[in-house]
Design a protein around this ligand. Sequence first.
Ligand code: SAM
Length: 291
Amino acid sequence: MKTLTSPKLLKELLARHGFQFSRSLGQNFLIDENILQKIIKGAAIFPEDRVLEIGPGVGTLTTALAKKAERVVAVEIDRSLLPILQETLEGFSNVEVIHGDILKLNLDDLIEDRFGRQPFKVVANLPYYITTPIIMRFLEEEHPYASITVMVQKEVAERLAAQPGSKEYGALSVAVQFYTRPQILCKVPASVFLPPPRVDSMVVTLEKRSKPAVDVASRSCFFQVVKAVFAQRRKTLLNTLTAAGMTSMDKTALSQMLIALNIDPKRRGETLTLKELADISNQIKPSRPQA
Ligand code: SAM
């Protein structure tokens, strides 16, 4: 049976609806059944699962998800895709398409209305221009997602899963690993999309932790330390913290604090583990009281 990953069928469908690709909306549609099945397998969808899909496009991933899950809610920004989705999703009574911008929608209301605040899984072949904001939105707003399985630009996937000391390790790695366990599932060449994007991709799963990876007295202070540490990667930790303006402690006090924590003040911030960043944030005296 031909599926929507068939380039011939997809081109015919798009032509019949007079569809024009929008590069600015990151419209690169998947045309590889093997990769589609890898995403579905990686997302580990069970019959009782509720799924939120971001950017269904013509419904390629949506139909595959609908065959596995109890319910799929798909948010698509491009109005011109709605008639196509109506056609391709015909017969799937467990799918609902919402026309909207995932960055602007009130997610609390959507999740409450559609999933009753029950855990749900996010699955998406993400438009790359919103990858980081959308992932951060789910993490920081603490929506009751169980996992996020997404196709993202290869370099972003590497940053999400990066370990301390690597050049990919940064504030995004720390934030994602604070809330989730990232796992890269597979590499995806540009040739499996219509039209092919300029970059290669990876599928990554972020499994939500039951509690953050490290104990911090104040999240706001923890993320201020993280921001300061990665803002100037080439400087020593001591100089970065001294210059950041986030603490009332002077250089000597900061140095003593780091030594007491068994952290060499001359280290570069990019080598710090989440535990070390948490230790610093739990000891540093912020210049303003923290939430
Ligand atoms: N899921 C389809 C697939 O795998 O072939 C399409 C993926 S395509 C990379 C990204 C999709 O996200 C497009 O359909 C695009 O219109 C949609 N999109 C872009 N920005 C969006 C936004 N802010 N909110 C919701 N959907 C968006």
